[in-house]
Design a protein around this ligand. Structure first.
Ligand code: HEM
Ligand code: 2DC
Length: 469
């Protein structure tokens, strides 16, 4: 028997009460822990209404499967109003991140070919491999300069630069040189703007920007300033490539990057290309940088595991005889390591879809049009889904177990992360080079929690010690 929608447990009838409960539990920064708390209170499905937006929340992999089967041809996730409001305000086009319907689909199909298809991955590998090597050279220099044969630091700043250098190499086929001694202030500003953009987005999640803008609230002004900084820097990079391409359309036979490929393909308007390339550039920094930081943190806490992964890398290095594309096919534990990091420290707290047909989950009827959220953070820590969830065990992804709808850190289906292949390749190559050269340690056994600033971030700096092998 199917129970009606209105009987789904949760505090959805009183949205004001939810806002208070929210505030009491530490509010927005703790949204992921509040979701865990709600699943503990209400069970594997609950309805909620915070402020003005309403959703049904689920946690089980088998329920995620039902959700994604009902996502329709034009999958639509929760729109971040602050992001569309900025583009409307400045009269800029939406890129693939913010488009919906047929417009999204047609752009996405063309972008897929240049950004995520297996055909292009081979082009990215040499570019990203070089950035990884440069990162090692930079760390070696820092170790040398310290005079202590080691380097203790909060690596996040270096990782942000590494991530921007990597994504730019792929998008523009060119090196920015961010891993050199002096950093170009415009690039540093770009990095700061992305962080500010995420930080100012979250308080606006539950307040319609239509309300904030007339009041000229400080948050909205900072948000606009952040996006202005992002767009200005991306425009500069894009213009630069555009000019070069007009001077030298052949590009000397070398791979010249995603942007040049899109321009030459000539299937999207320049404005559409600019909009999506800007989103790719902005989406490619904090996401991978923070995931790598969490990974190094976990490896520092698990020295034996670190040794095991290093052994896998050495073996793959020898077997692949210098062919990096081959090598990337021989490192299942490295791939498991990244999945395991994203299980415990996902970038996105939840995945969401507006379902296009009626479904039944946990015996409750859910009508078409409802916003359904899969609590990704909560699922990653659910002991019914992952035995001993508190343990960092990359091997759980390697052993032939059942991973049906459990590996969802990049989303699912045609609307999944467009940057996924770039992110995976970049992070795999980073770990290869770092573990081939250094041992990662940390000082005390300190526990670092996550906080929500639209994406999940470490709540405090993570200090690591890097030693040559
Ligand atoms: C979308 C995660 C890195 C660009 C998404 C989504 C998730 C995600 C969960 C939503 C997918 C869905 O709704 O099914 C991640 C994680 C990353 C990462 C965990 C790294 C660890 C990147 C990078 C880029 C990027 C490096 C750019 C190079 C995008 C874009 C979208 C997206 C453009 C929107 C796609 C669309 O709406 O069609 N990402 N991401 N992401 N991501 Fe990523
Ligand atoms: C945030 O309740 C929490 O990959 C909300 O690279 C629901 C929600 C909707 C969309 C998610 C967002 C959350 C987290 C950040 C994500 C975003 C979709 C894409 C974006 C996951 C879970 C991200 C970080 C993109 C950002 C690209 C941008 C900088 C141009």
């Amino acid at each position: 028997t199917v129970r009606p929608f209105n009987e789904i447990p949760g505090q959805w009838r009183n949205s004001l009460k939810s806002v208070f409960a929210f505030a009491k539990m530490g509010g927005l920064r703790n949204i992921h822990r509040i979701m865990v708390h709600n699943f503990n209170t209400f069970g594997p499905i609950y309805r909620e209404k915070v402020g003005f937006y309403e959703s049904v929340n689920i946690i089980k992999p088998e329920d995620a499967a039902i959700l994604f089967k009902a996502e329709g041809h034009y999958p639509k996730r929760l729109t971040i109003d602050a992001w569309t409001a900025y583009r409307d305000y400045r009269n800029r086009k939406y890129g693939v991140l913010l488009k919906d319907g047929e417009d999204w689909k047609s752009n996405r199909i063309i972008l897929n070919k240049e950004v995520i298809s297996p055909k292009v991955q081979g082009n990215f590998v040499p570019l990203l491999d070089e950035v990884g090597q440069d990162f090692v050279a930079r760390v070696n220099k820092k170790i040398e300069r310290s005079g202590q044969n080691q380097w203790t630091t909060d690596l996040s700043h270096e990782l942000f630069k590494f991530a921007l250098e990597s994504v730019s190499a792929v998008l523009y086929g060119e090196r920015l040189g961010l891993l050199l001694d002096y950093i170009d202030p415009d690039s540093q500003r770009f990095i700061d703007c992305i962080t500010l953009m995420f930080k100012t987005t979250s308080p606006m999640l539950y307040l319609p920007p239509g309300l904030l803008r007339p009041i000229r609230s400080k948050i909205w002004r900072n948000h606009v300033e952040a996006w202005d900084g992002i767009f200005n820097q991306a425009d500069r990079c894009i213009q630069n490539i555009y000019r070069q391409l007009r001077k030298n359309p052949e590009g000397n036979g070398k791979y010249t990057g995603v942007l040049a490929s899109l321009l030459m393909l000539d299937k999207l308007s320049i404005e559409d290309i600019k909009a999506s390339v800007t989103e790719l550039m902005a989406g490619g920094v904090d996401t991978t940088a923070i995931t790598l930081l969490w990974t190094l943190y976990e490896l520092a806490r698990n020295p034996d595991l670190q040794e095991e992964i290093r052994a896998e890398i050495s073996a793959a290095r020898i077997a692949s005889k210098g062919d990096m594309v081959q090598m990337l096919k021989m490192i299942p534990l490295v791939k498991g390591t990244l999945k395991e990091t994203l299980r415990l420290h996902p970038v996105a707290v939840s995945l969401q879809r507006y379902i296009t047909e009626d479904i039944v989950i946990q015996k409750y009827h859910i009508p078409a049009g409802t916003l359904v959220q899969l609590g990704l953070y909560a699922m990653g820590r659910d002991h019914q889904v992952f035995p001993n969830p508190e343990q960092y065990l990359p091997s759980r992804w390697v052993n032939s177990q059942n991973h049906y709808f459990k590996s969802l850190s990049f989303g699912f289906g045609p609307r999944q992360c467009l940057g996924r292949r770039i992110a995976e390749t970049e992070m795999q190559l980073f770990l290869i080079h770092m573990l081939e050269n250094f041992r990662i340690e940390k000082q005390r056994q300190m526990e670092v929690k996550s906080m929500f600033e639209l994406i999940l971030l470490p709540e405090k700096p993570i200090m690591l010690t890097i030693k040559p092998l």
